[in-house]
Design a protein around this ligand. Structure first.
Ligand code: ADP
Ligand code: MG
Length: 378
């Protein structure tokens, strides 16, 4: 979909012809805005190269045919055309939605101006502003997230200092008061500890530093988590481990990986309450996506799956399970999964889950860098 070939510079005698006929055509062709001329019957009389791009159709196909073959008839563009024709003045719309089976554009700026010709034609100029809008939206979201993080970090710091004083004073009183009053002082101490725990959770979110990565054996990290689980929160559950021993090591942060798996196994233990928890590792081969010439290799990944036979994730939470403070547990804080999501992201991984009564499965996919897969074989 390229424009017409640019003619060579003409001889002096043809200069007037060149300026009046060729130059305007070249100008229209070179404009970045899509230009379309439509006559009184709605037939397309002229299209430039940008219009071919925007409408995703060649001019040979559309010239002499109705514009409504590409843009649906109920699109506000047609009332704008009518308005311009009747009022004999230019009209515009800064954010038009074109929503049809052939074409979907969300933010199109449109200007329509009547032409002084016997066919009652109008000239339409259109530009797709979708990308600008998306970029502005993402920029605003990232800025908002950053300012919330900075404020959370500052607040967390400011709360912890006076709280340490309150806790210390309560502890001092606890040793001096009568048993009945000491219980109240203990309550202050315990609640202070709980607030510190909450604030620490928030502080982790405020921490934007990239983790220090090294070569980690994922099975060693998982083994550690399962040992810990068996002697504490998963004492009553049956915890099974099925590992693929051929998996290569990955680049990660051992402490953070342990935190990820610990949170997931703890949730599984709390959900299945004495039921069965299964931890498995497997290999996810890389695959190709994209068009024939744009084939693009996805990184190969290790999949760590933690399943349980509990009642499943409550339906009300399914949509925002990874948001902070989302919990169904009486004493829950709802900070486990958001933290897991953040730490998985820091490892350039992905977390997914599937849940129905009796079968809930959280899967963490962690990329293996190419150099490691080469070393690791297969
Ligand atoms: N394996 C699971 N089975 C059922 N529900 C789960 C499971 N894991 C997480 N959930 C649900 O997700 C919620 C949020 O989990 P999390 O962020 O770890 O916070 P918390 O454990 O403090 O509630 C839990 O309260 C629970 O409702
Ligand atoms: Mg939890």
């Amino acid at each position: 979909m390229t424009g017409a070939a640019i003619p060579l510079r003409p001889a002096a005698a043809d200069h007037e012809l060149w300026e009046t006929l060729v130059l305007p055509n070249m100008l229209i062709e070179a404009l970045p805005a899509a230009i379309i001329v439509v006559d009184r019957d709605g037939l397309c009389r002229l299209l430039n190269a940008a219009a071919e791009d925007l409408l995703q159709i060649g001019r040979k196909t559309l010239l002499g045919r109705r514009l409504s073959e590409v843009i649906p008839e109920d699109c506000p563009l047609f009332s704008l055309i009518e308005q311009s024709r009747l009022s004999r003045s230019p009209v515009s719309d800064a954010e038009m939605l074109i929503d049809g089976p052939r074409l979907h554009l969300e933010y199109v700026s449109v200007e329509v101006a009547p032409l002084d010709d016997p066919n009652g034609s109008v000239a339409i100029s259109m530009r797709d502003r979708g990308l600008e809008h998306r970029m502005a939206r993402q920029g605003a979201a990232a800025e908002a997230a950053q300012s919330v993080r900075s404020m959370a970090g500052m607040l967390a710091h400011e709360i912890k200092n006076p709280l340490a004083g309150i806790r210390g004073a309560a502890q001092l009183l606890e040793s001096k008061l009568s048993p009945a009053d000491a219980a109240l002082a203990a309550l202050i101490r315990e609640e202070s500890d709980r607030i510190v725990g909450l604030v620490n959770g928030v502080e982790i979110f405020a921490d934007d530093r990239a983790p220090v990565l090294s070569i980690v054996n994922v099975h060693e990290a998982l083994d550690h988590v399962c040992k810990l689980a068996r002697v504490s929160f998963a004492r009553n559950a049956t915890l099974k481990e099925y590992y693929d021993p051929s998996l290569p090591p990955l680049r990660g942060n051992r402490d953070l990986l342990i935190q990820i798996f610990l949170n997931l196994v703890k949730n599984a233990a709390e959900a299945c309450d004495g039921g069965e928890i299964v931890v498995t590792t497997s290999y996810q081969a890389g695959f190709r996506i994209g068009e024939r010439n744009k084939a693009h290799r996805q990184p190969r990944r290790i999949a760590v799956t933690i399943s349980d036979n509990g009642p499943g994730v409550p339906e009300a939470l399914l949509g925002n399970l990874f948001d902070p403070f989302v919990t169904s547990k009486p004493g829950g804080r709802g900070l486990g999964l958001p933290l897991v999501a953040k730490l998985v992201r820091a490892h350039e991984g992905v977390i997914e889950f599937q849940s129905k009564p009796g079968a809930t499965r959280f899967t963490v996919l962690l990329p293996i860098s190419d150099t490691q897969t080469d070393e690791g074989g297969s």
